[in-house]
Each structure stands twice: as structure tokens, then as C-alpha cells.
Design a protein around this ligand. Sequence first.
Ligand SMILES: Cc1cc2nc3c(=O)[nH]c(=O)nc-3n(C[C@H](O)[C@H](O)[C@H](O)COP(=O)(O)OP(=O)(O)OC[C@H]3O[C@@H](n4cnc5c(N)ncnc54)[C@H](O)[C@@H]3O)c2cc1C
Length: 383
Amino acid sequence: MDDLVDVAVVGAGPAGSAAALRVLQLRPDARVLLLDAATFPRDKTCGDGIAAHALDLVEGLGVPGVSALGPPVPRLRLRSPGGRVVDRLCARPNRVVRRTVFDAELVAAATARGARLHRHRVRRLEVRADRVLVDDVAAARVVIGADGANSVVRRLLGAPGAPPSTVAVAVRGYAPVTLDPDALVIEFAPGPYPAYAWSFPLPGGGANVGYGVFDRRGGGSRAELVEALRALLPGQEPDPATVRGHHLPLSTGPRHQPDGRVLLAGDAAALVNPLTGEGIFDALASGALAGRAALLGPAAGAAHRAAVRRAFHRHHVHAGMLARLLRHSRFLDAAVTAAARHQSVFDAAVDLGLGRGTAPAHALARVALTYATLRRPPARPAA
Ligand SMILES: Cc1cc2nc3c(=O)[nH]c(=O)nc-3n(C[C@H](O)[C@H](O)[C@H](O)COP(=O)(O)OP(=O)(O)OC[C@H]3O[C@@H](n4cnc5c(N)ncnc54)[C@H](O)[C@@H]3O)c2cc1C
């Protein structure tokens, strides 16, 4: 086994890289080991949508130039289940960057700063008084579990299972045709559970397309999810070789961060936004917080739990409440109509769905007023 390292990070996705980068930003001489089961660059099943809010965090970690990886996508166009449409400029443009590229860039930044990357699939942790043993490959003062939606570290920490209503399921693929090169396009589906299809324009042409359901009970087979995508976005046909499915642990699921030397971040900590399925911002933010707490040794777990709560609690309360309301499609119709009428409602919705925003009273009041006066929606155009 290698010498004792200060921090071992399991998983080198956005959460893991952010954690490594923050440790080394705070203590440039720290010994940081990044362990990942995959060789980079590696694919990650994702919509590849990188919010402006996420890019701010990357800049804050001292990694410049990541926004240059994808051209700005200035607009967001969203259709509600009842056919209401909002199509507006975002306060700041978002980007679309393939995860093969985005994640590899962050890993390269972490290794350039001094982290050691090692290919290894972690299976066991043994927590001792002064260290944590990671299989037979490493011993670390603190371990950060950033190993994604199927986190082994989360399981080894004894986290409770997530109820199906707090887990989304989604498929994504790559289509050769771009629907709108200047817009992230989202079409909500009618039905018992909130669900939407997306088409996000890729740099150089084509689109990342997909379909997701915000409740595991509403998710069908991969073929059924692709069929739902076809019905909502005809012509946005994914290349079958690129179609992959995965689940998303939403922030409405149970929180779990015990005291001690093992921390959780990103999907492993169940932080995906329940309104949009966005998880990269939350992975970067929680990864950076874990990196800071990791320097505290045995006090790391308690410090990280408190820091995540301080950073996310109000957002989680608001997003969770709105996620429950969105189960009523008429509420979503009203919210989209209000966002189409008022830039301030639209901006608040973007901050809630792509960042760490809360629902301001004025925006809620406008949605409530719209809800009360909503007339029958226009018929959805035939596919
Ligand atoms: C279909 C779909 C579409 C999505 N679209 C978007 C989107 O457009 N925008 C957005 O912001 N979010 C999106 N998300 C969510 C986003 O992909 C995740 O929230 C984000 O990737 C979480 O980052 P992470 O670093 O926590 O985990 P991951 O990115 O999953 O990284 C985890 C890493 O851990 C490694 N690993 C796993 N197990 C082990 C192990 N035992 N040992 C060692 N290494 C291990 C993996 O190889 C991987 O590299 C989408 C998710 C899905 C499923």
C-alpha cells in the first residue's frame, strides 16, 4: 500500500475534481489521490448542459477557459404539458459541452495542480482511528465519495435507500440535427409524473437529446423512454449507438453525512435539482465544500454536513416544495405562462433550476395569480 495521503477522492467526475482542486487551492502541498474506475476521457450519461452558474464555480476553483469549450447558448425555450411556451434570453448564457470533454478538462486541471490520478474501482473502505484504508491501494486521512449515482461510498456509509419518488430516470443520445442552435429546448410531457424531452445544441452541430421522468415509478424501459422523446421532439432522432439510460438521485431524497473521515459529494450525496435534473452545479459546489472540510481530519464529516446545509438548505426547501407543485400540470402551465409574461419570474426560475436560487415572493405571487386566471391552454400542435 502507498504512503498515507491527505485526501483520497473516489470518483473523478465534476464533484471529485472540484474536491481535489479545492484541497490543492487551500493547501498546495497536500497529497491528493483521485481514484476513478474509468480511464479519462470517459463518457457520462448526461444532457451535457453546463449552466452559467456551474461555470462560475469552475472559475472560482481557478480553472480558466472552460467556458470556451462550448459556444454560448443564449435562450431557453420551454413548453409546458398544457402547451404554454416561454422562450427568453437567459440573464447569462449557458453552454453545452460533451462530458467526455468537460470532465477530462477538470481532471487535467486537478492533476496539473498536483493530484495523482489512479485507475481503480473502489469496493471497500476501512475506517480506523487516524486514517481510512481504501481497498488495498491507499490510506488517507480523509476520503471523499464522489462516485456518482450508484455510489459505493454512500452505501458503505450505511445511507438509507432513496424512495422512488426522489429518483429520476432518463435516457440521452446524440442526434445529427440541431433543433435550435441558440436555445436549450425543453418539452414537458402530459402524464401522471413530471417528465420532459430535451434538445441541447452541441458545439459543431448536432444535438444532445433525451427524455427524463422525475419519479422512478413513471420510468419505463429504455425503448419506451426513447419513444416518449420521439413523440415530443419529432425529428430529433438519436443515433441508437449513443443511447444510454441512467438514474438521477434528486435532492428531495434523504440526506446522509455522518461525522468522521468519510465525506459525500455530488450525485453520491443525492443533490440533483428536482426541478430540472441539473446536477453538475451541485456536484461542483458540494465537491468544493468537501475539499475544504477534508482538511479537518476527524472533524471533517460534521463540518461538511454543516457546510452543505448552510449552502443548500433554503434552496432545497424551495425546490422541494416547487417539485411537489409541479406534479400538478396546471401549476407548471401557470409557471410557464408567468415566466413568459415577466422576465423576473423567468430569471428566478432559471436560478432555481440551474443554480442555488430560491423562489422570491413576487415570483410566487405572479405564478399564483396566473394560476387563478389560467384559461384552457391552446391545443398542442400535431407531431
Ligand atoms: C440522462 C441524464 C442527463 C443529465 N443531464 C444533465 C445536464 O444537462 N446538466 C446537468 O447539470 N446535469 C445533468 N445530469 C446530471 C449530471 O450528469 C450529474 O448530476 C453529474 O454528473 C454528477 O457529477 P458527479 O461528479 O457527482 O458524478 P459523476 O459525474 O457520475 O462521476 C462519478 C465518477 O465516479 C466514478 N466511479 C463510480 N464508481 C466508482 C468506484 N466504485 N470507484 C472509483 N470510481 C468510481 C465514475 O467512473 C465517474 O467518473 C444528467 C443526468 C442524466 C442521467
